[in-house]
Design a protein around this ligand. Structure first.
Ligand code: COA
Length: 535
């Protein structure tokens, strides 16, 4: 492999200015994270602690093996929505290691509206289960939730991907042999009662955890029966009368210890054996990525400048270096794991699309995980390109990505627009994980392009009606579209709706990818079955 050499001058004014601006972006990003990490309102946090309960992230910390990383997902879900009353969507999800098993952890945050579920809470919970399914990981549920947030019922209850999907997924995962353990550390009510009931084993904390299909007020209203929470569905009842739970714990700490002990009986898993090398730090510091990350999407960024700051020894074996140069493809290692990397260096054209498809096939045949570094405004447009069959060449790449049976990871480091998003393993292509940098933008096309398409349509409409378009009206439409795209295209808008698995600090990219690759090796890699490639 060749060591990449930077073409950047890190004392250059442009680089330094970019880095300075990026520091501001990072400050804002970390301030947003800190706000979510603090949990719900100070009052709710105090009430929770006064009950001798640990906070959701404290529970996770005690559950995972000491000195192992916890990769938290979609931390900023639901932010900027619901008047910011559901920070983090009231749930913590991520991948942690318990007795050596990489495990998906799903923890309700009861300090955020009693841990109730709005649409984003469900999406985040289901997404974590999808990760467990795709990578064949066990799951631990730390339950402390009032179930559905009742005022939102029409947006969370009846549809296929709504609340019911949580339990459907549990059944399917169980049938696949994925171990699931629930710890009931607070309320677990109505449909939520299925979480422990459908798990392999359930632990419940004495005088704290409750499980019931209908709580005391509902029982009173329905039958007139007066019953306390503990009598109806407390820890004693469920571990000695109903059998809905299996282990009784005296405190949060005790429950987490029992759960860790249960993991000791889960057999160690044979992971897919990738030929690993010993890890080597990149030659160039990751912090330089702050000076490189595109803040102005009109400026093109050589993805090799990013690659050399995330791969082992900054070594990269480039594939088809002089062909289809708007796409960079090649092999490298991340923390010792072999990877194939595909990065954008301009718009897609026929050559770069075919080169991408060829490279995906290479990685598939060698069973090497793929990393997509997305910064793509779309496909080249024009008669020449349509005539040479751009669509059929793009289709080959889409075929290859959709059918490749190897782990895929997508990092959006710049723009992610239109068909380019699809051709670079956007969310619809099931990458094992997808992250955005804080500066990233995502929308069906760039704001400028959308504004010009829509103003052109408007002018044509008015002319067809025999009206002369006023410059001021056209400008108004243009500005409205520009500001809508600016707002909806931000990484924060995306992550709030869980279109990604989270926003990451660029300097964390290497670590995050390594955790992802290691996690993905829990599933054997299979061969690829191709469909019909149009030639
Ligand atoms: N829907 C909407 N809001 C709910 C809710 C629900 N299911 N459950 C709780 N909340 C809200 C409360 O109104 C309160 O809101 P606020 O912070 O704006 O005042 C907040 O969540 C915290 O609830 P609170 O009762 O003060 O906290 P708690 O820790 O003492 O109790 C619960 C939490 C979840 C045990 C309790 O609120 C409860 O039993 N809720 C009803 C659960 C239920 O029957 N769910 C059925 C849904 S299918």
């Amino acid at each position: 492999m060749y060591q990449l050499k930077t073409n950047l001058n890190t004392s250059d004014t442009e680089f330094l200015q970019n880095r300075k601006k990026y520091e501001k972006l990072r400050e804002d990003f970390h301030a947003r994270l800190d706000r979510v990490m603090a949990g719900g309102s100070a009052k709710a946090v105090k009430k929770h602690k006064d009950r001798n309960k640990l906070l959701a992230r404290e529970r996770v910390d005690l559950l995972v093996d000491p000195n192992t990383p916890f990769l938290e997902l979609s931390t900023l879900a639901a932010n900027g929505q619901y008047e910011d009353k559901f920070l983090g969507a009231g749930i913590v999800t991520g991948i942690g290691v318990i007795h050596g098993h990489e495990t998906v952890i799903i923890a309700n945050d009861a300090t955020v509206k009693g841990g109730t579920y709005i649409r984003e809470t469900i999406r985040k919970h289901v997404r974590a289960q999808e990760i467990a399914l795709q990578n064949q990981l066990p799951v631990v549920y730390l339950v402390d939730s009032g179930g559905v947030f009742l005022p939102e019922q029409s947006r969370v209850f009846p549809d296929k991907e709504d609340f019911g999907r949580l339990f459907y997924n549990q059944a399917r995962m169980s049938a696949m042999g994925l171990h699931q353990i629930a710890i009931v550390m607070g309320s677990c009510t109505a449909g939520g009662a299925y979480v422990p009931a459908m798990s392999d084993e359930a632990i419940i904390v004495r005088n704290q955890g409750t499980i019931f299909i209908g709580g005391p007020p509902l029982v009173k209203a329905a039958t007139g029966e007066e019953v306390s929470k503990e009598e109806l569905g407390g820890a004693e009842v469920h571990t000695s009368v109903s059998g809905v739970a299996d282990h009784i714990a005296e405190s949060d700490e005790h429950a987490l210890e029992i759960c860790r002990n249960l993991f000791e009986s889960i057999p160690a898993k044979e992971k897919y054996k990738l030929e690993k090398k010993s890890a080597e730090a990149p030659l160039y510091p990751a912090e330089e990525l702050y000076g490189i990350a595109p803040l102005d999407l009109k400026k093109s960024v050589d993805p090799k400048e990013i690659i050399m700051r995330i791969v082992d020894g900054s070594k990269f074996h480039e594939f088809k270096r002089n062909y289809g140069t708007t796409l960079v493809t090649g092999f490298a290692h991340i923390m010792g794991y072999p990877v194939g990397i595909i990065g954008n260096y301009g718009v897609f054209n026929s050559e770069s699309a075919m080169k991408g498809a060829h490279f995906v096939e290479l990685c598939q045949s060698r069973k090497i995980p793929l990393v997509f570094l997305q910064n793509i405004s779309g496909f080249v447009v024009g008669k020449k390109y349509e005539h040479e069959g751009l669509a059929k060449h793009g289709a080959k790449l889409i075929h290859a990505i959709a059918n490749a049976n190897i782990p895929k990871f997508t990092v959006i480091f710049g723009g992610s627009f239109g068909a380019g998003n699809y051709a670079m393993a956007g969310r619809a292509y099931d990458p094992n994980l997808l992250f955005m940098w804080p500066n990233a933008k995502i929308s069906v096309m760039g704001g400028e392009q959308a504004a010009s398409v829509l103003t052109t349509v408007k002018i044509q409409q008015m002319k067809a009606e025999g009206k002369q378009p006023e410059e001021a009206d056209i400008e108004k439409i243009r500005n409205e579209i520009l500001s809508q795209y600016e707002y909806e295209g931000s990484a924060y808008y995306s992550t709030s709706r869980i279109w990604d698995d989270g926003i990451i600090d660029p300097a964390e990219t290497r670590n995050v990818l390594a955790i992802g690759i290691s996690m993905a090796l829990n599933k054997p890699m299979e061969d690829m079955k191709n469909g019909v490639f149009r030639m």
